[in-house]
Design a protein around this ligand. Structure first.
Ligand code: 4AD
Length: 458
């Protein structure tokens, strides 16, 4: 996938690297990390040392127990010793320690990350330290490996990785959830005594989606993607919404159909599952749906609503929001479709035009747009995508219908004026994906430092 690099680095190996190609038992190695636990016996002492590169870390054995005397949980250390085969169960190798260097002591009385299980809320309150727990380090590794696979997969499909602005002039989704930005001290562009003006001479926002900018780039280098932070002033406190989250967005020209867009999404996620390792807690249970010869279900919005209505009418368990054509699918509906009806991922396509943003391509029926949401069990919506309206006249009408100014979107209309090509793309919520793969219930535990309404600790 990637060219191999000839290593010129002099960095010492991480614990993962050391364990994947163990040195000969006669050579001395140095291991850097933090103490996870210490067990003292009369003749021997044991400690687990971790540098976060792999779970659960490395068992260190102190034949001379005095060496382990000053060790406490959380202390950062450099251990020198020999990597030998372990006679104990649970690990193939262990470090026989000859020397201990405590680099940073850790007061066991006040250290907030104790060995006993800590509540989610307690860890959120200690967001600067919670990466030291096994669950959060595993999540960080899953983020990393998922990203590496996405890069490799999209590269194999001919995509270029690119960057789009965080500061934007439009609310791409038109949902009114964009954060408006202003300097701390209002500036006047002309004279200090004049009333403050917009810093950029017009209202500006933190991006809610990179899509519109990606479209401009796809109109030149055909296939592009980016992973960008996105910001939404989302006030509802749910387990799948953050104010700052990461979105993988891809956009490409000359695409044929919504189904082609779905295939790229499906191919990427299947690859992620197949390449996942033990850190991805639910990988084994998801392997079944990762086979390329079994496509995931596709279902139109109309069919999905009719299934929901049938269930709502016949079942004793009613939805809180009765489903009907033309209404938004609520998260209870999305979950029922993926968890109960399909029992797996499902692409719901062709939503009513009134429910979707202005940029989606109008279908020939004049009522629906060429789009999809990928719904997955336990989570609901993971990905949203569509063909984009490439016809200038239709796009102008869509802007009008959404009350958006043709002037403001002049640059976006230009893309249709000059060599417009059929194109499409998608956006995948990175934290929701990590939660699904790892069996983590709340996206707040799928990002290192979560932000949500009313909450920004550091
Ligand atoms: O469905 P959305 O709003 O789609 C877009 O923004 C498109 N412009 C993307 C595109 O086609 N390039 O968001 C896409 C995905 C959702 O399916 C969801 O997984 C995630 O982004 N998402 C959020 N994740 C966490 N917190 C939030 N507040 C989110 N809002 C959306």
């Amino acid at each position: 996938m990637f060219r191999r690099f000839v290593s010129t680095s002099t960095l010492p190996p991480t614990i993962r690297q050391l364990l994947s190609s163990p040195t000969s038992p006669s050579s001395s190695v140095q291991v850097n990390g933090w103490i996870k636990s210490v067990r003292r016996q009369k003749k021997l002492s044991f400690a687990v040392i971790s540098d976060g590169s792999s779970a659960p870390g490395l068992q260190a054995v102190f034949v001379d127990p005095s060496l382990a005397k000053g060790l406490t949980n959380g202390a950062s250390v450099r251990l020198t010793g020999k990597l030998v085969e372990s006679p104990g169960a649970g690990q193939e190798h262990e470090l026989q320690v000859d020397a201990v260097d405590v680099l940073g002591a850790c007061d066991p009385e006040t250290y907030p990350i104790q060995k006993q299980a800590l509540s989610v809320d307690y860890l959120r309150d200690n967001a600067h330290l919670r990466a030291r727990t096994d669950a959060v380090t595993a999540m960080l590794r899953v983020r990393d490996q998922t990203l590496q696979t996405l890069h490799g997969y999209l590269k194999s499909q001919g995509f270029s990785y690119t960057h789009t602005p965080i500061l934007t002039s439009s609310d791409c989704e038109g949902a009114g959830e964009a954060f408006r930005i202003a300097p701390i001290t209002p500036v006047s562009l002309d004279s200090p005594s004049a009333p403050p003006e917009e810093f950029f001479s017009r209202p500006s926002y933190l991006t809610v989606s990179s899509q519109l900018h990606l479209e401009a780039l796809a109109a030149a280098i055909s296939r592009v993607y980016t992973l960008s932070p996105c910001f939404r002033a989302e006030r509802s406190q749910t387990n799948r919404h953050l104010a700052e989250f990461w979105m993988l967005e891809a956009e490409w020209a000359f695409t044929q159909s919504v189904d082609e867009v779905c295939q790229v999404v499906e191919g990427a996620i299947k690859e992620i599952i197949q390449r996942g390792d033990a850190d991805m807690a639910l990988r084994d249970t998801l392997l079944d749906i990762s086979h390329s010869d079994r496509p995931w279900t596709r279902m139109s919005y109309a069919v999905a609503v009719s299934e929901l209505e049938k269930y709502h009418e016949s079942s004793t368990k009613k939805f809180a929001f009765p489903p009907a054509w033309g209404k938004t699918l609520q998260s209870e509906h999305e979950r029922w479709l993926a968890d109960e009806l399909v029992r797996g991922p499902v692409f719901v396509t062709d939503y009513p035009v009134s429910l979707k943003p202005f940029y989606m391509r109008l279908n020939d029926d004049g009522k629906t747009v060429a789009c999809f949401d990928l719904l997955i069990p336990r989570v609901g919506e993971l990905v949203g995508g569509s063909l984009r309206e490439e016809r200038l006249g239709h796009l102008k009408q869509a802007l009008d219908a959404h009350g958006l100014s043709r002037e403001e979107y002049g640059w976006y209309l230009d893309l249709r004026k000059y060599g417009s090509a059929p194109h499409g793309g998608f956006g995948l919520g990175f934290e929701r994906l990590i939660g699904w793969l790892s069996g983590i219930e709340n996206v707040r535990e799928c990002i290192p430092m979560p932000r949500w309404a009313g909450r920004m600790l550091l």
